[in-house]
Design a protein around this ligand. Structure first.
Ligand SMILES: [Zn+2]
Length: 311
């Protein structure tokens, strides 16, 4: 029997199964393999011919799959003779493309809300972290590879190197909140030190984790840096003066910054940052572990922050 399995297109998000044999039935079995957190997909579908049969399944990005097919031929007496399973084909689907990320970006824009002023970026860590940076890295925080939090299929997870910063403010004070999930010590730096006309801004991700909070990941990369080159190929670029999440503009010779109030922004800066650019101090608030996004899993059922390609 001739059964052709097509792993669809450049996006590698669909599988097409076609059979050109007449008077046959076929079954296609497909499973997401090697990734325990992706549910195994068992597609069993018997389709009577004669006609060209086209099975069509949407796959998750960045996932390894196996696919195998089986055919059945109808005999004169009306019974079917079923073939062995075919050779198993293994393949891995690609990360989200810029097209997918642009769809995600448009969904994030819908809920971003109005813009509030900000003046600093900040990064909370434990005291030991800052001691280590001073003693072993010559006072400069070093980029590290981003964990797997956020959207499954995000092209920055496990690949982009950067340093996480926050930039949220409290609406009543205009200052960063005193609480943080990431440690009692905070490095605070004037916004223009990290974000200015010499940096590019990219949209990285949009997700939630089974709560009401939505997170938007942005990447700031100095123009021409390795991080900038990485992002240019993979992420939608934002106009630094005009976007719904984080803006930088000049008013009367002074840089003015705004951030979206209805999403929690996490900013990844792709170059090392010297501690002498800002200040390190202990916060007076609490350590709210529940708001940590370290390796957090995205809620795949949320309609606000999921696009349809991955299901
Ligand atoms: Zn969501």
């Amino acid at each position: 029997p001739t059964v052709l399995v097509f792993v669809g297109g450049q996006r590698l998000t669909n599988v097409y199964v076609e059979s050109y044999m007449l008077s046959k039935m076929f079954t296609c079995r497909m499973a997401a393999s090697h990734l325990p957190d992706v549910p195994t997909k068992l597609v069993a579908k018997a389709v009577p011919l004669p006609m060209t049969v086209r099975g069509h399944w949407f796959l998750s990005p960045r996932t390894e799959y196996t696919v195998a097919v089986q055919t059945a031929s109808k005999q004169v007496d009306g019974d079917y003779v079923v073939s062995e399973w075919s050779e198993i084909i293994e393949f891995c689907t690609a990360d989200y493309s810029k097209v997918h990320l642009t769809q995600l970006l448009e969904k994030a824009e819908v809920i971003a809300g109005r813009m509030l002023k900000l003046s600093v970026f900040y990064r909370n860590q434990h005291k030991e972290y800052f001691d280590y940076i001073r003693e072993h890295h010559g006072n400069a925080m070093q980029p590290s590879v981003k964990d797997n939090s956020g959207s499954h299929g995000s092209p920055i997870s496990g690949k982009l190197e950067g340093i996480f910063f926050s930039c949220n403010t409290e609406f009543n004070t205009g200052k960063p909140p005193q609480d943080s999930p990431y440690g009692r010590y905070r490095f605070e730096v004037a916004a223009e030190k990290l974000f200015n006309p010499n940096t590019n801004l990219y949209f990285g991700d949009f997700y939630c984790m089974y709560t009401a909070y939505h997170y938007v990941i942005l990447v700031i990369a100095p123009v021409g840096s390795p991080g900038d080159e990485f992002c240019k190929q993979r992420l939608p670029q934002l106009n630094i003066k005009d976007n719904k999440f984080l803006t930088c503009d000049e008013e009367d010779g002074v840089m003015v910054y705004h951030h979206a109030q209805d999403v929690i922004l996490e900013v990844i800066y792709t170059d090392p940052v010297d501690l002498s650019l800002g200040t390190v101090a202990e916060i007076t608030g609490h350590q709210l572990m529940s708001l940590s996004t370290a390796n957090a899993k995205k809620d795949p059922s949320c309609k606000t922050c999921n696009i349809s390609v991955g299901r």
